[in-house]
Design a protein around this ligand. Structure first.
Ligand SMILES: Cc1ncc(COP(=O)(O)O)c(C=O)c1O
Length: 478
């Protein structure tokens, strides 16, 4: 669609040209309704006749359709034109931060296959829609006299509810001012990176470890220091040779991705190391609510006497990753800095959702839902373990299945280099599997056999069984 210069067009022709461009770029997809002529005329500050003339012209050209008594729509059969490819080099000079982000390997999500073992996704069926709607309704009925900005740390009622929940569920005691409500763990980790890491600072990360955290620290300019994990989590004996660092990011309750639970002796060693080198420990307790074959473990924070640990929690595994709600428990001395950083980032987390979560927590709905979610995910986990045993037998060794919503399947005798080919063969069969390789920072630290991180929280047990059967067939044929 070659548009003549806008200056040469009448107002109605200009409106027509803009609408055509928006149809072409998919702003108005085929079959979608356009604004009424009255509404658009009022928005654009032109007469209704002018807008009607533009619509009539597009109807005559076949872009729009109209039926008596119904809104004017984009013709159902039209196909949006693909937008011209954006230039890979932005015309503006990026900051050092921007350049670091662009230099990282792309983390764009590929299209979701029919059966997906991606970690982090939950089943839509598990969301407690009724309880959430009741909580939201109750909050909406309160009708505050004035709508304004609140405390950047979050709604006091939610922080109070979290304070009580953290004690009930995780044995944690903390002051209200230590709790900061954030938009998911990711924002919490990002705030830690902003407030505690300068370019060039050394940051200890578990190897293998959580890519999204590693990227946040690397984006802040950190020098990543990988410290290997074993079946019990971070090998704290290796910290001495890793040297001093500004910060360490750890998942002590359930190491991501290998599933180890850090024993108390290693916890003490980690805390002692942090104290000795003045480092902060970021404890990501992302799925502490899910325990299957093991007793609940205490949070690292509860052993911290020196104020070195920042605890990160989230509802992404218990309610939904779409809510973008999480919380930090920060040392008293850092409360003010975190509150101000949160205010600068986005003023505060969304108030309605915070209030609804507070209600769910105080009225018992959250823990009721958790009991159900635990049972359902226990069934999914059992289905996955049985399906892996049935399809692969001793050729697959499972690691880290005692807790959380994912496990790691190691393929004995299959070289690590095969992981990418395995993922493409599976994808061709409509199965999404995710190799463990990209979760290692260093090429020389990873085991030489192929491994997959299999998330099981988003599919029904039957779908999981079908998925593993199809995976086995696809890998055999590949
Ligand atoms: C290690 C780890 N931390 C945190 C999260 C959750 O992040 P968020 O709270 O930002 O959704 C995930 C999600 O999969 C995770 O795997």
């Amino acid at each position: 669609m070659d548009a003549p210069s806008p200056r040469l067009l009448s107002v109605s022709a200009r409106i027509g040209a803009d609408l055509k461009a928006q149809i072409a770029d998919g702003t108005y997809p085929p079959g979608s309704a356009l604004p009424s002529t009255r509404a658009l005329a009022a928005e654009l500050g032109v007469s209704r006749t002018t807008v009607t003339a533009a619509y009539d012209q597009l109807i005559a050209e076949g872009y729009l359709e109209t039926r008596p008594g119904s809104r004017t729509r984009v013709a159902a059969g039209l196909r949006p034109e693909p937008a011209p490819a954006a230039s890979p080099v932005p015309p503006q000079r990026l900051s050092a931060f921007g350049q670091r982000i662009l230099a990282m390997p792309a983390s764009r999500e590929p299209a979701k296959p029919a059966i997906d073992f991606r970690t982090g996704d939950l089943s839509g069926d598990d969301f407690p829609a009724l309880a959430w709607r009741r909580a939201l309704n109750a909050v909406l009925m309160r009708r505050p006299a004035r709508l304004g900005y609140g405390d950047p740390r979050g709604l006091p009622e939610l922080r109070t509810a979290l304070q009580a929940y953290l004690w009930r569920a995780r044995g944690l005691r903390c002051g209200l001012d230590q709790i900061i409500v954030v938009n998911g763990s990711q924002q919490g980790i990002d705030l830690c990176a902003r407030l505690l890491v300068d370019p060039g600072d050394r940051v200890v990360m578990e190897e293998p470890g959580y890519g999204a955290a590693r990227r946040a620290f690397a984006a802040a300019g950190a020098a990543i220091v990988p410290v290997r994990v074993d079946a019990e989590g971070l090998r704290t004996g290796d910290l001495a040779s890793a040297g001093h660092a500004r910060l360490a990011y750890v998942t002590p309750s359930h190491q991501f991705p290998l599933g180890g639970v850090l024993p108390v002796a290693r916890r003490q060693a980690l805390l002692a190391w942090a104290e000795a080198c003045g480092a902060t420990i970021v404890e990501d307790d992302y799925d502490g609510e899910y325990r299957f074959d093991m007793k609940p473990v205490e949070a690292l924070l509860s052993l911290d006497r020196a104020g070195r640990v920042i605890y990160v929690g989230t509802v992404s595994k218990t309610l939904s990753p779409q809510l973008r709600l999480g919380y930090l428990v920060v040392p008293q001395a850092l409360g003010e800095a975190f509150a101000e950083a949160k205010r600068l980032a986005d003023r505060q987390a969304p108030g309605l959702e915070q209030a609804a979560l507070a209600r769910l927590l105080t009225e018992g709905g959250y823990e009721r839902h958790l009991r159900q979610a635990r049972r359902r995910n226990g069934e999914r986990r059992a289905a996955l373990l049985a399906a892996l045993a049935e399809s692969f037998g001793a050729r697959v060794r499972v690691e880290g299945a005692a807790a959380g919503l994912h496990l790691v399947a190691w393929f004995e005798g299959v070289p690590a280099e095969r992981e990418a080919a395995m993922a493409s063969a599976a994808r061709a069969a409509g199965i999404g599997i995710y190799p463990v390789g990209p979760l290692y920072h260093g090429a020389d630290t990873r085991p030489d056999r192929a491994g997959l991180v299999l998330g099981f929280a988003s599919s029904a047990p039957d779908t999981i069984r079908t998925g593993i059967r199809r995976l086995a067939a696809a890998l055999k044929a590949a």
